[in-house]
Design a protein around this ligand. Structure first.
Ligand code: 0X9
Ligand code: ZN
Length: 800
C-alpha cells in the first residue's frame, strides 16, 4: 500500500469559514515532508495474550522482539504482547502458553486506512463532512479517525457552529512546535463555576481515546437546549477538552508507525520518545516507569522534562476550578482512580469507590461492555509519574484514567465502526460523574449503607462519614439530628470523631420494635449547607430498633461443622483446610485471631507461593446450617484474605465469591464477589460485613441459613489464596410484634398516639394511601378509627 499524506481539510473551511486564529495555528504546524517514507508495516504481527510464568519467559519474549501491548512492565501473569511473524511458533517450542487475540495486526491497520480513504473521498465529493452539528452533508465525521490537522479543523468547525458555547484555546506547543489545542465549552458567563478537564492521546496510538473526547465535546454542544443532561452540564460546568496531548506522536502514528506510543523526543542514542504519562512530577521515577530510553514507559530524564507535560501542568494550575479530570486512554475497559504509584489507598478512597461504581455502571449500561473500576495500582498495574496521580496528588482534584474499548481483540487499532459506541461509553461515565458531583457538594454515607435497623440499648452508636465530594466539608459543622418515633421534635446527638471525616453519633433509642428517625447536616467550608437525606427533617432515615444477637460465631479454633470442599468442586489443589497457616508471600502466616483460620491449601515453610494455591477450578467452604428463624434481618461479618495476581488480566475470572442461602443450600444469592482485581485482592486481613436484607435479591432469614466461600482459579493459572476467620452472624429481631397502639412508633403508648392516628386517618381519607386501614378492609372508613382505638386501649392496658 502506498501512503498518501492526509490532504489538508479544506472542505469544512469552504462551508464554515474558519477563524483567523485557527489558520495561524495550523500555519505554525510544520508540514509533513513531501515524500515521507512508507509507514512501517506489521504484516503477520500478532496480538497475543501470553501466560508469563517466569522471568525466563519474559526474556524469551524480549528476544523474539515482542512489544508490550498494555505496558504492564515486566511481570508474571497474563500479559498482552504484539509479536512478529513466526514468534508464536517459537513460543510453542519454548512451552509458553498464549491465546491469539488478533492474528494479523496489519489487516486492522489496512482496514482502518481504507476506511479513512473512503470517508475522505466521500467528504471531498460531498464538499463537506457531516459534523452532526450544523446538519451538513457528507460522511459522518465520526465514521473514521482523522489526522491531526483535521482534528484541529473539527475544533474550529465546532466553535464556528456554536459560538455562544464553544471557544478554542491553546495549551502550548509540543516538542516539534505543534499546537496542543483544546475546546472550552460552557453556557453563559464563567462565574465561579467548576471545571471538568478531559484530555486524551498522551499515547499516540490510542486513536479511539481522541475520537471519544471529541465526540463528548460534540455531544455536549449538540445536546445543549435539547438534551437535559447536556444542558444542565453546560449550564453548570465549564468543560475543557484537550483531544491530542501528544501531537508529534500522533502525527507519527499516521505517517510512520501506527503503534507509536510516546512523544518524539530524540533521546540522543538512537532511541526516540518519552512516555509523557510517566513524566509527571508527582512520585516521578517510581515503580512502573523506566529509566531506559528505548522503553515504552521511559519516564524522561527529569520530571516535567517534556514540553507537553509542562504545558498541560501549567494549564491545570491556571485553571484552579477544575473539579473533575479524566485522562482518556485505550484499551482494556477500566476506570482507574488514584493511586498509580502505590497500592496504598487514596485518602478519598470512599468517594473514589462511589464514583468508580457509578461510572462503571453508567458505561456498562450503554451496550453491555464490561468495565472494571478501582485504584490503578491494584486494578491494572503500578505506574509512577502518571498524569492523574499528579492531578490528584499535587493539584488536589478528582482524577481518573479511563481505558476505553476493547479488551484486546483489536486493541489500539479499534475498527472505526466502534468509534461512536466507544465514545458513548466514555460519555456515559463522564456524564454520570459530572451530574453526581453537581448533586453532591459533600459525600455523606454510612459504612454499611443507610441503616434499616439500629441496636437496642441505651447508648447506640451510629457511625457515618462526611467527606469531600464537589466541595470540602467543615468538620465542625457536622450534626446528626434524631428522634424516637415519627412525631417528637428532633434533637441533636452527641458526636465524636473516629478519624478525619468519620463520626460516631450516640443515641438513646426506645424499646425493641420502636423506630428512630435521623438525618445529618453539615456545611461546606464555603458555608453551603448540605443535608443527608437531602430533604433533612422532612424525609429522614427511619430505622427499627432491634436486638442484634449472635446466632453463629466461629473463630475457627475448633471444628464447628463447616464442610471443607463440597461434591462438585473442581480444584485439583489448594482445597480449603482449617488450621494454622504457614505463611508465603501470598498466604497469611497468622490467623486473624487465635491460631487457626480457614484457608486454601497449606504450603510448606519457605515454599513457593504457588505451592498449594488453588489450581484448575474452584473449592468451596460451606458453613453449617445457621438458625435465624423469626429474625427480621441478619448481619454477617467476617475477616477475609484474598490474593489474586491477576494484574492486567482483563477477563473476569479468579474471584472469591461469598454467597448465602436461606434454604439450606438449595439456592444461593451473591453477597460479595472479591476480585478479579482491585480492592481486597492484595492479601492482608480485611473486614467485610453485610445485611441479608440488602442483598440483591434480599434474603429472608430462615431456620437453615448457610454461607459459602468459593475460591476459583479459572482459566489461566494464577497464584490464588483465600482465607477466612472470625465469622459472625447476628440475628436482628425483637421478641414480640410492634405494639399496635403505638401509632408514632416511639415505644410508648400515649394519648398522643390517638391524636396522631386521627390526624393520619383524616389525611388518608383524602389521600387514599390506606396507611390507616387498620381493619384491612381495603378502604378508609370510621371502622378503622374504632379498630385503632380498641387496639390502643388493649395496648395501654398492658397487652404489649
Ligand atoms: O500505562 C499507562 O499509561 C496507561 N495505560 S495504557 O495502556 N493506555 O498505556 C494506564 C495508566 C494508569 N495508571 C496506572 N496504571 N498507575
Ligand atoms: Zn495510554
Amino acid at each position: 500500500m502506498t501512503f498518501r499524506i492526509p490532504p489538508r481539510l479544506i472542505v469544512v473551511a469552504l462551508v464554515l469559514p474558519l477563524f483567523a486564529a485557527a489558520s495561524i495555528a495550523r500555519a505554525q504546524a510544520p508540514r509533513q515532508p513531501p515524500a515521507p517514507p512508507a509507514p512501517e508495516r506489521f504484516d503477520g504481527y500478532q496480538h497475543l495474550r501470553v501466560r508469563v510464568e517466569s522471568v525466563r519467559d519474559l526474556r524469551t519474549l524480549a528476544s523474539l522482539g515482542a512489544i508490550e501491548a498494555a505496558c504492564h512492565g515486566a511481570g508474571i501473569g497474563p500479559s498482552d504482547f504484539i509479536v512478529p511473524p513466526g514468534a508464536a511458533a517459537l513460543l510453542d517450542a519454548a512451552g509458553i502458553a498464549y491465546s491469539v487475540l488478533n492474528p494479523n495486526i496489519q489487516h486492522a491497520i489496512d482496514a482502518e486506512r481504507a476506511a479513512y480513504d473512503r470517508a475522505r473521498a466521500a467528504a471531498d465529493a460531498a464538499g463537506a463532512w457531516d459534523l452532526g452539528a450544523a446538519g451538513l452533508r457528507g460522511p459522518d465525521w465520526f465514521s473514521t479517525y482523522h489526522p491531526y490537522d483535521e482534528i484541529s479543523d473539527f475544533i474550529n468547525a465546532l466553535v464556528q457552529a456554536y459560538p455562544a458555547l464553544a471557544s478554542r484555546f491553546s495549551v502550548g506547543p509540543s516538542l516539534q512546535q505543534r499546537d496542543i489545542f483544546g475546546i472550552r465549552l460552557r453556557a453563559g458567563p464563567p462565574g465561579d463555576r467548576p471545571q471538568v478537564l478531559l484530555n486524551s492521546m498522551q499515547h499516540a496510538r490510542e486513536w479511539a481515546a481522541g475520537s471519544s473526547t471529541l465526540w463528548i465535546a460534540r455531544t455536549l454542544l449538540a445536546g445543549y437546549g435539547s438534551d437535559p443532561d447536556a444542558t444542565r452540564l453546560l449550564d453548570s460546568f465549564e468543560f475543557l477538552i484537550v483531544p491530542v496531548v501528544n501531537p508529534d506522536g500522533y502525527v507519527f502514528s499516521w505517517t510512520t508507525t501506527r503503534l507509536w506510543r510516546k512523544n518524539r523526543r530524540d533521546n540522543g542514542n538512537g532511541t526516540f520518545g518519552v512516555d509523557t504519562n510517566r513524566n509527571w512530577g508527582f512520585q516521578w521515577g517510581g515503580e512502573g516507569s523506566s529509566g531506559t530510553t528505548s522503553s515504552e514507559t521511559y519516564r524522561g530524564p527529569a520530571p516535567f522534562s517534556e514540553p507537553e507535560t509542562q504545558a498541560l501542568r501549567d494549564f491545570v494550575l491556571a485553571n484552579p476550578r477544575i473539579l473533575l479530570h479524566v485522562d482518556v486512554h485505550t484499551f482494556s475497559q477500566f476506570m482507574l482512580s488514584p493511586w498509580g504509584w502505590t497500592g496504598a489507598l487514596h485518602p478519598d478512597q470512599s468517594l473514589y469507590a462511589t464514583l468508580n461504581a457509578g461510572m462503571k455502571a453508567a458505561a456498562e449500561s450503554v451496550a453491555g461492555s464490561l468495565f472494571s473500576a478501582g485504584p490503578s495500582y491494584i486494578t491494572i498495574y503500578p505506574a509512577s509519574g502518571v498524569m492523574p496521580d499528579w492531578v490528584a496528588g499535587a493539584a488536589a482534584r478528582l482524577s481518573w484514567t479511563y481505558e476505553l474499548r476493547d479488551r484486546g481483540e483489536f486493541g489500539f487499532v479499534l475498527p472505526p465502526e466502534q468509534i461512536v459506541p466507544t465514545a458513548q461509553e466514555a460519555w456515559a461515565a463522564v456524564r454520570w460523574a459530572s451530574l453526581w458531583l453537581l448533586d453532591h457538594s459533600l459525600f455523606i454515607s454510612f459504612a454499611e449503607g443507610d441503616p434499616a435497623s439500629v441496636r437496642a440499648g441505651t447508648s447506640t452508636a451510629i457511625d457515618f462519614d462526611v467527606r469531600r465530594a464537589a466541595l470540602d466539608p467543615d468538620p465542625d459543622s457536622v450534626r446528626l439530628y434524631w428522634r424516637r418515633g415519627r412525631a417528637a421534635p428532633f434533637q441533636q446527638a452527641p458526636l465524636s470523631t473516629l478519624a478525619p471525616g468519620s463520626f460516631r453519633a450516640t443515641i438513646n433509642p426506645g424499646p425493641c420494635n420502636s423506630v428512630v428517625q435521623f438525618f445529618i447536616e453539615a456545611s461546606t467550608t464555603s458555608g453551603l449547607p448540605v443535608s443527608y437525606p437531602a430533604a433533612g427533617a422532612a424525609a429522614p432515615i427511619e430505622a427499627v430498633v432491634r436486638q442484634f444477637s449472635p446466632a453463629f460465631a466461629d473463630d475457627a479454633e475448633i471444628d464447628r461443622g463447616w464442610s471443607l470442599g463440597v461434591p462438585g468442586d473442581t480444584a485439583t489443589a489448594g482445597q480449603w483446610v482449617r488450621g494454622n497457616p504457614v505463611g508465603t508471600s501470598a498466604q497469611p502466616e497468622d490467623a486473624h485471631s487465635g491460631l487457626n483460620c480457614f484457608f486454601t491449601g497449606q504450603g510448606v515453610p519457605g515454599g513457593q507461593p504457588g505451592a498449594a494455591d488453588v489450581d484448575n477450578g474452584f473449592t468451596t467452604l460451606l458453613s453449617p446450617a445457621i438458625n435465624l428463624a423469626g429474625a427480621a434481618d441478619a448481619r454477617v461479618s467476617y475477616w477475609r484474605w484474598y490474593v489474586n495476581n491477576t494484574q492486567g488480566n482483563y477477563t473476569r475470572d479468579d474471584v472469591l465469591t461469598v454467597q448465602v442461602s436461606a434454604d439450606n443450600g438449595a439456592t444461593w444469592t451473591d453477597a460479595e464477589i472479591v476480585g478479579p482485581n482491585g480492592l481486597g485482592t492484595q492479601g492482608g486481613w480485611e473486614f467485610a460485613s453485610w445485611y441479608l436484607s440488602r442483598l440483591s435479591p434480599p434474603v429472608s432469614p430462615s431456620a437453615a441459613v448457610r454461607l459459602r466461600f468459593i475460591a476459583a482459579d479459572i482459566g489461566t493459572q494464577q497464584i490464588l489464596e483465600a482465607a477466612v476467620d472470625d465469622v459472625l452472624v447476628e440475628a436482628i429481631a425483637c421478641a414480640g410484634a410492634p405494639c399496635p397502639g403505638d401509632w408514632d412508633r416511639d415505644g410508648a403508648v400515649l394519648p398522643a398516639d390517638l391524636a396522631a392516628f386521627v390526624n393520619a386517618w383524616i389525611a388518608d381519607l383524602a389521600a387514599g394511601t390506606l396507611v390507616t386501614d387498620t381493619d384491612a378492609s381495603g378502604d378508609v372508613t370510621p371502622a378503622d378509627v374504632a379498630a385503632f382505638v380498641a387496639a390502643w386501649f388493649a395496648s395501654v392496658s398492658g397487652a404489649c
